[in-house]
Each structure stands twice: as structure tokens, then as C-alpha cells.
Design a protein around this ligand. Structure first.
Ligand code: APR
Ligand code: ZN
Ligand code: ZN
Length: 366
């Protein structure tokens, strides 16, 4: 696809252009990297709400600012940044609420198929291509609003910290910020992809004493154990529904459960697996657009809490630089999630690996 390179004059105020170098070896240190997340697969399958085709997917990435529009003050050309698939405008009522990381400029409340000025900066053979979540990280160059980019430490390796743009932060934050996992508690994580394994890391970091990892692909169990899971269960090996198995294993159900798959059945199973009185279930996986879930209200009546979260509850512009600093201080090792590093030309191979359950995270290098 011909991803047009954007001349500086085309930038609008408060926009930022980010670049990676494709083949120029003189600039080989200035890589841009992008991770492949299941949300990109949902997009390709046409299941992502409000997306429009043709589109440049990708929402997990890291890059270097190429140029800035008039009025941009928070980043300069040459600085390392992470584009934010979930922006933080800093001005809306949700951004001003210290308890919330939802920004009213997010894709649920504002279309992000075009930039805020309703233009697209991508073309192919004269035809306009849509943006995805304003970031479109599967491109050598992209243009993003200033409030959808966070400056990060210049020492950060872009081919590693790109995961912090979505997958790692989403899972880790679900445990730390949303569930607020307490030391000594019991947790169950449904789905051991990049997101679910990051939940495992978050539960471990929060001091959970029992971390039960659930997946239908037993090949994921070794990594889950390496990251802190104490038990691994394949629901297909169980004679009873997984919620009953987990309840029996823990007495009254787990303290915290997390759904990191994006299926109705596992969302209900995760909810039913947590303690009926004080359990907290965090929904992280995304359902197809237009999906509806029906559930027995008794699951909630006795006191369980069912919560949803986007990007792990982090206020993204404020927190992304801090997460990168924590990475550099080795407070967590998100590198363990990277199973494949591929040149961008192998993007389709990256999706095949994801579909076949053979990868956790594939990182594409430009
Ligand atoms: N029961 C248990 N595990 C399942 C089931 C099931 N019925 N179906 C799929 N899985 C497992 C897969 O085997 C895989 O290991 O769920 C995992 C999903 O991992 P990935 O495909 O790598 O997805 P990931 O990128 O981690 O995203 C997970 O979070 O942000 C959202 O949109 C994202 O909904 C997606 C979810
Ligand atoms: Zn906002
Ligand atoms: Zn994602």
C-alpha cells in the first residue's frame, strides 16, 4: 500500500507526525515498531465498532517525532513517543475527573476514522484511506493529534516499549488500577494472550498469592507460569463448567477475575467465578460490535462487581512516560511477551501466528 509521506505544510495545528525509517541504514537506530493485538484482528474481521474501510490498522506502537504542527508544545522533532490509541485531551469532564481515564475524544464518543479536522492523511492510488483510532501504527509515517501522543524517555528501546501502547498496559493496569488486587488474594485470568499474561504480571506485582490462568491452548501455560501463574487450567479438560471448577478450587470463588479474550461465554464464566459477595470481575476483552450479553442478575445481586476498563485505567498521556520509566527501571519485564519480531513486510505472517495461537506478541519493525 502506498502510504503517503506527509509534507510539513500539510500538518494542522496540534498535530504530530511520527516516523520510522524503513530502509535507510543511516537511520537504523530510529526504528518505529508496532505490536499486533487481537483488536487489529477484530478490525480486519469487521467486528470493530465504527471502523471504516479501507483503513490502516495498528494501534500499538512507538516512534520518533518527524515534525509538528503549529501550536504543538509538548513534543519536538526527534523525540521518542508512544502514540495513544486512547487519548487524553486533558480538558473534557472525564479527563478532569481524577478517577477516570476515559477521555471524551475516545473512539466510543468521537469517530477516529478521520483526524479531528475530518481529513485523512493516508491515500492509496488517489483513494482516501481511513485512520484507525487516530494512530494507525502499521505505517511508516502517521499523523496524530497532540493529545494522542506521549513523549517517553529517550533511552527507551522502541522495539520493546511499543507494547506499552496497548497490550501490556491494558492487562497490567486492569490488575493494578481497576481491580486493585490486594496482597494475598486469589485471581483468575481467562485468556493468556499478550493482554491476559500482562494481567498475570499485574496480579503477581500486586502480591496475589494464587493466580489461576485459564486458556484452551495449553501451549500458553509455560509462559503464564514463568510470569507468576500458580495454576493453569484448560476448561476443555474439565468435566464441569470452568466457573464451578474455580469455585471448588477456591472455596467461595476467586477474589478477582479477568476476562481477556472477548467472548460472551467467558465473560459470564469469569463473572460467575469470583466470590459472590466481594468478588470483582474485570472485563477487558472486546466483543464484536452490536453484541449483547444476557446474564442471571443474581450473579450481581449478592455483591459481585462487574467492571469494564480501557487501556488498564491509565490516564494515558500522564502515565505512559511513567510506565516507560518503570520498564527502564526493570519494575516489570514486558519483553517476555514478545515471541516474534518481524519486518513489516511480514505483517500478514504476524496475523497468521496470532490466529494460530503461536505467538503472544509479534513486533513489526519498519
Ligand atoms: N476459553 C479460554 N481461553 C480462550 C478461549 C476460551 N473459550 N478462546 C480463546 N482463548 C484464548 C486463546 O487461546 C488466546 O490465548 O484467549 C487468548 C487470547 O489471546 P490473544 O488472541 O493473543 O488476544 P490479546 O491480544 O491478548 O487480546 C485479548 O483483550 O484488548 C482485548 O481486543 C482484545 O479482546 C481482546 C483481548
Ligand atoms: Zn479528555
Ligand atoms: Zn490492543
Amino acid at each position: 500500500m502506498d502510504r503517503s509521506l506527509i509534507p510539513l505544510s500539510y500538518l494542522q495545528p496540534t498535530e504530530t507526525q511520527i516516523r520510522g525509517q524503513v530502509t535507510n541504514t543511516f537511520l537504523s537506530k530510529q526504528l518505529v515498531a508496532a505490536g499486533i493485538c487481537l483488536t487489529d484482528e477484530h478490525l480486519l474481521q469487521g467486528c470493530f465498532p465504527n471502523a471504516e474501510f479501507p483503513v490502516i490498522p495498528g494501534h500499538e506502537g512507538a516512534g520518533i517525532v518527524e515534525s509538528i504542527g503549529e501550536g504543538v508544545t509538548s513534543v519536538k522533532p526527534g523525540e521518542k513517543v508512544i502514540p495513544l490509541c486512547h487519548p487524553q485531551c486533558g480538558e473534557c469532564s472525564f479527563c478532569l475527573n481524577p478517577e477516570s481515564n476515559y477521555c471524551l475524544k475516545s473512539h466510543f464518543t468521537e469517530p477516529q476514522n478521520l483526524l479531528p479536522d475530518k481529513t485523512t492523511r493516508f491515500t492509496c492510488k488517489g483513494k482516501q484511506i481511513h485512520h484507525f483510532l487516530w494512530v494507525s501504527t502499521f505505517a511508516e509515517y502517521t499523523v496524530v493529534p497532540e493529545y494522542a501522543v506521549a513523549k517517553i524517555d529517550p533511552a527507551a528501546p522502541l522495539d520493546k516499549v511499543c507494547l506499552l501502547g496497548c497490550g501490556f498496559s491494558t492487562g497490567y493496569g486492569a490488575a493494578i488500577n481497576t481491580a486493585k488486587v490486594k496482597p494475598g488474594s486469589t485471581c483468575a485470568i481467562f485468556g493468556l494472550g499478550g493482554v491476559g499474561l500482562s494481567v498475570v504480571m499485574g496480579c503477581k506485582a500486586a502480591g496475589a498469592s494464587r493466580i489461576i490462568a485459564v486458556d484452551i491452548n495449553k501451549d500458553k501455560f509455560a509462559k503464564a507460569k514463568q510470569l507468576g501463574a500458580t495454576d493453569c487450567i484448560n476448561p476443555r479438560d474439565c468435566q464441569k463448567p470452568i466457573q464451578e471448577v474455580l469455585t471448588e478450587m477456591t472455596g467461595q470463588g476467586v477474589d478477582y477475575s479477568f476476562e481477556a479474550i472477548g467472548l460472551k461465554e467467558t465473560m459470564i464464566a469469569a463473572l460467575a467465578s469470583c466470590n459472590m459477595n466481594t468478588g470483582i470481575c474485570v472485563m477487558i476483552g472486546e466483543l464484536d460490535a452490536g453484541s449483547e450479553i444476557s446474564l442471571d442478575p443474581m450473579l450481581l445481586l449478592t455483591g459481585r462487581a462487574w467492571k469494564g476498563i480501557l487501556v488498564g485505567g491509565w490516564k494515558t498521556r500522564d502515565c505512559m512516560p511513567k510506565l516507560v520509566s518503570s520498564y527502564l527501571e526493570k519494575k516489570f519485564n514486558s519483553d517476555l511477551l514478545i515471541t516474534h519480531t518481524l519486518p513489516f513486510a511480514k505483517v500478514n505472517e504476524g496475523f497468521e501466528l496470532l490466529r494460530a495461537g503461536k505467538s503472544i506478541r509479534s513486533v513489526l519493525l519498519f
